[in-house]
Design a protein around this ligand. Structure first.
Ligand code: ADP
Ligand code: ZN
Length: 725
């Protein structure tokens, strides 16, 4: 069959040259969506055919287009996903190539006809080991992966791994070209739902069946059975032969949900998160793209995968701030999920006990349908929340647990029940100070203190990841034994608990100790098997978990989240405390929550104690409306960053001078040094644009930014609907 010549417009993964034109190659598919290999100078790059245009032969010749090199043996990027990629790039001022990369990581590895090679220890070991090699033999038994993955797990350079491969101590394993068997069909044992659950599920099921865009806010108190309820809608999507996606905010939560889903449907869903090996990632991507993986449970990037047949998206714990990506493409997965729902013409369910304020407003406007589960499933009662006023109940010096909390913990232990202490701060101490010269140990790359981690005996920057061994001498004055840790992190609380209750079995749960799904599974097992009496954790343990014997929750420092002072500080601390409180008393025994604070009269704390969520939201919404803050107005942050402080400041000032002046309902604040004025060695200045909803922010920003020349060494990042500013 002869084809008329055409021009292929290709979106490449090369951000510098995002859109390039080519011509087809005979015998090679070039339909829109095809993932192709392209010549670029002497190199080969990857891209996706975006549009094809039929042209007369002479025009194709005249344009001197080069043919593509070929197509990967991979399913295409569907049309609706291509529209989502375009929308995301436009709305968030991102490079379309960067968005495409999320839909299509590692294109060469996607090729189904290729074999892949992984490596693992052979079991032999050299007689003498360098410290680096020792680390490899300590950490890699039982693991298999690409060279880069092994190097990362062992925390050594690629060269160390390659050296061991060459010496024969690490051996290659060839994985077959992938044709994984299709997953078995899920089974649909119907669940018995409580009446409110059944009503909510019914509406979602109808929407799935109707194949229409429909945004839902599934608003149920902690333990009300939201998961059980939305799984009914998932079952409907699967029964119809379609695919469903459940997005979770935290990789540690995927494992418990995967298990629950497996128990419910008899099929393990496909997981998609950063902890996958390259080979697992490829298998998952291909199974999803072929429509064989029916149910995906994933982190926010799962939103950009090429589902050919998506019928439902659920965003669980929809209030979570981690749905906002703060690196690379600065998108908010909740908003992109709704947009994908719109493009796919399917329902999107935002499930939460503490709706994000923006979503609550949409529900009140009637744009989102609100489904309410007002009480806990199975007659469990809501926990009783009270305050420990730290001004009158002071913990002993260098301790952080006040006497009433310690007493309650002792009683809980006595009854053989479990406690949870929550402090949203990793490490041992947030600040290390020299008693002699007053130096505070700071990160050389960021305007932040280094945090002491005693488990690893290192200081660590939580912004850039820098770590160094904890010094014994003050780095400034050189005095020995003068460094003191100031303030508590969870490790220090764990130490205090062990001293208070030496007989109790405790477990520390932070991203340092349970960051991977496997470790999260071990945590759940240990708590469920009642091998743990006291759990101490960061926000990682505030959500998702269901531990029936956990009856006491202690919030170590409720003032911490209030300190941020940004737009969402109040909302965020309310959500965080409601969520962690929600872990208490989920079984038949009642739960108790104790909140340690210096400001019991703060609006948030007061609302929590009176269990007045409605009043809290009403007041917050009013305040936002008065200040025309989101969702009643819009914000965009412009971050100017670079290695040279003067140049950054000059560029930020130039942007400030070029800002539109006389626009109604449009205001620019700054420039000023950003809250993190130095981050990863780059100085940062910031301007904040505030616009009324009716202002065409896109157009205004476009015109404004075009007026300013950004020097090569300076980067301008536009953060639309910013969270941290
Ligand atoms: P949420 O997601 O709202 O916090 P879950 O879905 O985790 O609540 O439900 C809380 C507990 O109640 C879980 O142990 C769950 O298995 C149980 N549960 C909820 N609904 C049902 C139901 N219809 N039948 C049986 N168990 C249920
Ligand atoms: Zn740093």
């Amino acid at each position: 069959m002869s084809r008329r010549p055409s021009r292929l417009r290709v979106l490449t993964l090369n951000a510098a040259l995002p859109v390039l034109d080519y011509r087809p190659r005979d015998g090679c598919s070039a339909d829109p969506g095809t993932i192709v290999r392209l010549p670029l100078g002497p190199r080969e790059i990857n891209g996706v055919v975006w549009e094809t245009e039929r042209l007369p032969a002479q025009e194709v010749d005249a344009a001197k287009l080069r043919p593509i090199n070929g197509a990967w043996d991979a399913p295409p990027i569907p049309e609706r996903l291509r529209r989502l990629i375009e929308w995301t790039a436009r709305y968030y001022y991102a490079s379309p190539s960067a968005v495409l990369r999320m839909a299509m990581p590692m294109p060469s590895a996607l090729d189904g006809a290729r074999t892949m090679t992984e490596y693992r220890l052979t079991g032999e070991m050299p007689v003498r080991l360098t410290p680096q090699r020792r680390q490899v033999f300590d950490r890699l038994p039982g693991r298999q992966g690409a060279v880069r993955e092994l190097a990362a797990w062992a925390d050594v350079s690629d060269g160390v791994i390659r050296g061991l491969v060459n010496a024969g101590f690490i051996a290659p394993v060839t994985l077959p070209a992938d044709r994984p068997p299709p997953l078995p069909d899920p089974a649909f044992a119907p669940a018995t739902l409580a009446p409110e659950q059944a009503a909510a599920a019914g509406e979602m099921i109808d929407a799935v069946a109707a194949r229409q865009f429909a945004p839902f806010l599934l608003h149920g108190v902690t333990g009300s059975g939201k998961t059980e309820t939305y799984l009914e809608a998932v079952a409907k999507a699967l029964e119809m032969g379609g695919q469903a996606l459940i997005l979770l905010p935290e990789i540690a939560l995927t494992e418990p949900l995967m298990r629950r889903v497996e128990a419910r449907f008899g099929v393990r869903p496909v997981g998609w998160h950063s902890d996958l090996r390259m080979s697992e990632r490829r298998a998952a991507w291909r199974a999803i793209a072929r429509g064989e993986a029916r149910l995906t449970v994933g982190a926010r990037s799962a939103l950009f995968l090429p589902y050919p047949n998506l019928r439902l998206i659920v965003v669980d714990e929809a209030h979570e701030q981690s749905f906002k990506q703060e690196e690379g493409v600065l998108y908010h997965a909740r908003d992109v999920a709704v947009m994908r729902g719109k493009l796919e013409k399917i329902p999107v369910v935002l499930a939460t006990a503490t709706p994000p304020l923006e979503t609550q407003v949409q529900a009140e406007r009637g744009t989102y349908r609100e489904l309410i589960l007002p009480s806990r499933y199975g007659g469990a009662t809501m926990p009783d929340i009270s305050v420990i006023d730290l001004r009158v109940n002071q913990p002993p010096r260098q301790h952080w647990l006040a006497p009433p909390l310690v007493k309650a913990m002792a009683e809980t232990l006595e009854r053989g029940e479990q406690s949870l202490l929550f402090l949203n701060r990793r490490g041992y101490a947030p600040l290390t100070l020299c008693r002699h010269c007053g130096t505070r140990i700071e990160c050389p790359n960021c305007s932040a203190w280094l945090v002491e981690h005693r488990l690893t005996q290192r200081l660590m920057c939580h912004h850039c990841g820098l770590t160094e061994p904890t010094p014994t001498l003050c780095p400034e004055c050189g005095e020995p034994d003068t460094l003191v840790p100031c303030g508590p992190g969870v490790e220090r609380i764990a130490e205090e608990v062990s001293a208070l209750f030496p007989e109790a079995r405790t477990l520390l749960a932070t991203s340092d100790t349970i960051g991977s799904p496997a470790k999260a599974r071990a945590l759940v097992d240990a708590v469920e098997a009642r091998e743990i009496d006291i759990l101490i954790g960061t926000q990682l343990v505030t959500k998702g978990y269901h531990f029936p014997d956990l009856t006491l929750v202690g919030v170590v420092d409720a003032d911490l989240a209030l300190k941020g002072g940004d737009l969402r500080a109040g909302e965020r601390s309310f959500q965080q405390i409601v969520q962690v409180a929600g872990r208490a008393g989920r079984g038949s025994k009642p739960g108790q929550v104790l909140i340690q604070t210096h400001q019991p009269e703060a609006t948030v704390i007061d609302a929590l104690v009176r269990a007045d969520a409605a009043g809290f939201y009403e007041a917050e919404i009013e305040a936002r409306r008065d200040a025309a803050m989101p969702p009643f107005g819009r914000l965009a942050a412009l971050i100017v960053s670079g290695p040279d402080e003067q140049e950054v400041a000059r560029t930020a000032q130039a942007l400030g001078r070029a800002a539109p002046r006389d626009l109604e309902d449009f205001l620019v604040l700054g420039p000023a040094p950003a809250p993190l004025a130095l981050l990863r060695g780059r100085y940062r200045h910031r301007l904040l644009a505030h616009a009324a909803r009716r202002v065409d922010l896109d157009a205004v920003l476009g015109e404004w930014l075009a007026k300013v020349d950004i020097p090569r060494a300076v980067r301008l990042t536009v953060d639309i609907d910013p969270y941290s500013f």
